[in-house]
Design a protein around this ligand. Structure first.
Ligand code: SF4
Ligand code: SF4
Length: 248
């Protein structure tokens, strides 16, 4: 082998190695991001709240605020306390979204039943919020998540008015519509939403209806579950176990 041939061979080897490193780094970054093998068609996300388990500690709300940098006074998820008394009296409160728990204040009626009800965007199948958006900024992903494209949103607030669950708000700084995304940046990387991870009693669960072995799917298929305000025909993808008829 001549000197020139050896040099050319060396240069080719260096180039091949550099290419391999570049491709490897790209593959590594993609794998790290978890997106290289993500196939939207394999997922149809679903959320389950077990009201009988929730203790109203507010750790889920705190986790959401941190994870999604939710501005003070606004909530992507919140917890409501229902106190139900004789004669059908109902008192509902959610001080600071239930973020710091609930005060033991006394009511002027005898409470016969109490519930803590975590709430969030229901990621409905029939979405009044996306239907009213004049610029198509609110949309549903192929894996069933309702999102807002903040580059397209013009901040008209129509979707905020259209959502019957109060799940949306206009961000006070960016002036675009904002709401729960089920932590889309996490779930597309195989992680659970921050609120689900933070709950100390497992009152919140997240699953995939396209996975036959998924425990949330199994619960929804085999146990009594309800959605909020089914009469609205929004067909929520957020289900509740242990819900009382007084809860709206
Ligand atoms: Fe839209 Fe409200 Fe349903 Fe969420 S809960 S998908 S914001 S209508
Ligand atoms: Fe309820 Fe769990 Fe949220 Fe605490 S963290 S308020 S128990 S859902």
């Amino acid at each position: 082998m001549g000197k020139e041939t050896t040099r050319r061979g060396f240069m080719e080897a260096v180039a091949t190695t550099a290419l391999a490193i570049t491709l490897g780094r790209r593959a590594g970054l993609a794998a790290q991001a978890g997106l290289s093998e993500y196939n939207w068609e394999d997922y149809s996300y679903v959320y389950l709240v077990d009201v009988s388990t929730c203790i109203g500690c507010g750790m889920c709300v705190q986790a959401c605020q941190k994870e999604n940098r939710v501005p003070d006074g606004f909530f992507r998820t919140w917890v409501e306390r229902y106190r139900i008394g004789e004669g059908g009296r109902v008192e509902v409160d959610s001080p600071n979204g239930g973020m710091n728990g609930f005060p033991a204040n006394i009511l002027d009626f005898k409470v016969t039943k109490g519930l803590f009800v975590p709430k969030l965007c229901n990621h409905c199948k029939n979405t009044p919020c996306t239907q009213v958006c004049p610029v198509g900024a609110s949309y549903t992903t192929r894996d069933g998540v309702v999102l807002v494209d903040d580059k397209r949103c013009i901040g008209c607030g129509y979707c905020v008015q259209a959502c019957p669950y109060g799940s949306r708000y206009l961000h006070p700084v960016s002036h675009v519509a904002d709401k729960c995304t089920w932590c889309y940046h996490r779930i597309t990387r195989g992680l659970k939403p921050a609120c689900v991870m933070a709950c100390p009693v497992g009152a919140r669960a997240f699953g995939n209806m396209k996975n036959l072995q998924d425990p949330v799917r199994k619960t929804i298929a085999t146990q009594p579950v309800l959605v909020l305000q089914p009469e609205l025909l929004t067909r929520p993808n957020c289900y509740y176990k242990g819900l009382d008829k007084e809860v709206r």
